[in-house]
Design a protein around this ligand. Structure first.
Ligand SMILES: Nc1ncnc2c1ncn2[C@@H]1O[C@H](COP(=O)(O)OP(=O)(O)OP(=O)(O)O)[C@@H](O)[C@H]1O
Ligand SMILES: O=C(O)c1ccc[n+]([C@@H]2O[C@H](COP(=O)([O-])O)[C@@H](O)[C@H]2O)c1
Length: 235
């Protein structure tokens, strides 16, 4: 199967796989990204380096399967922040593939759709936190996930991987998992949301354009006035 450039472009995905003489490795960083932070970015960059990936696609989930009851920020806002955070990295791409899909976002559906769009010489590496690896065995159609993608679990140095290994072994599924030790793991989106709500700075936790965006749009209870000084000066 040769690369279907038009289909990939229509689906807002990078065109990979043209050279049939080699294998391409496409990283997929899935997440709610509410908001995206340096933990996500560092994990993806390290996966890119260590696993010699060709590109990493950041894919904000449309309706995240395990967060249906919590008030998740709109897909458009989460996508915009993801785009801003990844814009200056030549091997990162932000994709609307999941936010444009109706219904609950299941990773197995995403991988099946991607498999239908890319030729066989493109392999998928689904990047996630090591905690999520212990849960992945209970994700919808976990056997298809194991069949369609390699998994990359980001951990912090010294993290005890026994629970993840046990969960995978107990599932009886043939997951191919690589664990990466990532230094910035303690950062989480919830921590950033709490800081915004408390009127605290996000400096050094997420790229400044993301902070600017969430203040401009009043997300997470952010005050716009803090970033409205230019207007006050002009007025
Ligand atoms: N600091 C981090 N380092 C590496 N991976 C992370 C980090 N934070 C989250 N991840 C992983 O990135 C993926 C997407 O995470 P998600 O968008 O849910 O962010 P989160 O920070 O875990 O959010 P929340 O605090 O709202 O649960 C998940 O697989 C998660 O395990
Ligand atoms: O497919 C599933 O059953 C499933 C269940 C929970 C999470 N996921 C995916 O895992 C990624 C991280 O999810 P979250 O909820 O930790 O932001 C994101 O891409 C989700 O779509 C997928």
């Amino acid at each position: 199967m040769s690369v279907n450039v038009a289909a990939l472009r229509a689906a807002d995905l990078p065109v990979l796989g043209r050279d049939e003489g080699r294998t391409y490795r496409l990283g997929i960083m899935g997440g709610t990204f509410d908001p995206i932070h340096y933990g996500h970015l560092v994990a993806a960059e390290q996966a890119f380096d260590d696993l010699k990936l060709d590109l990493v696609v950041f894919m904000p989930a449309g309706r995240p399967a395990f967060k249906l009851d919590s008030g998740v920020t709109s897909g458009e806002d989460r996508f915009a922040m993801t785009l801003l955070a990844t814009a200056d990295n030549p091997h990162f791409v932000a994709s609307r593939f999941e936010i444009d899909r109706e219904g609950v976002t299941y990773t197995a559906d995403t991988l099946r759709l991607l498999r239908g769009l890319y030729p066989d010489n493109v392999e998928f590496y689904f990047i996630t936190g090591a905690d999520a690896i212990t849960e992945i065995v209970s994700w919808r159609d976990a056997d298809d996930i194991a069949r369609l993608a390699h998994l990359v679990g980001a951990t912090r140095p010294g993290y005890d991987l026994d629970r993840a290994w046990d969960a995978i072994a107990a599932s009886g599924l043939d997951f191919d998992v690589t664990y990466l030790s990532v230094p910035a793991l303690a950062i989480s989106s919830s921590y950033l949301r709490e800081r915004v709500e408390a009127g605290q700075s996000l400096r050094y936790l997420t790229p400044d354009p993301v902070t600017g965006y969430l203040h401009k749009h009043g997300l997470y209870g952010a005050s716009r006035s803090r970033y409205g000084q230019t207007r006050e000066v002009v007025d």
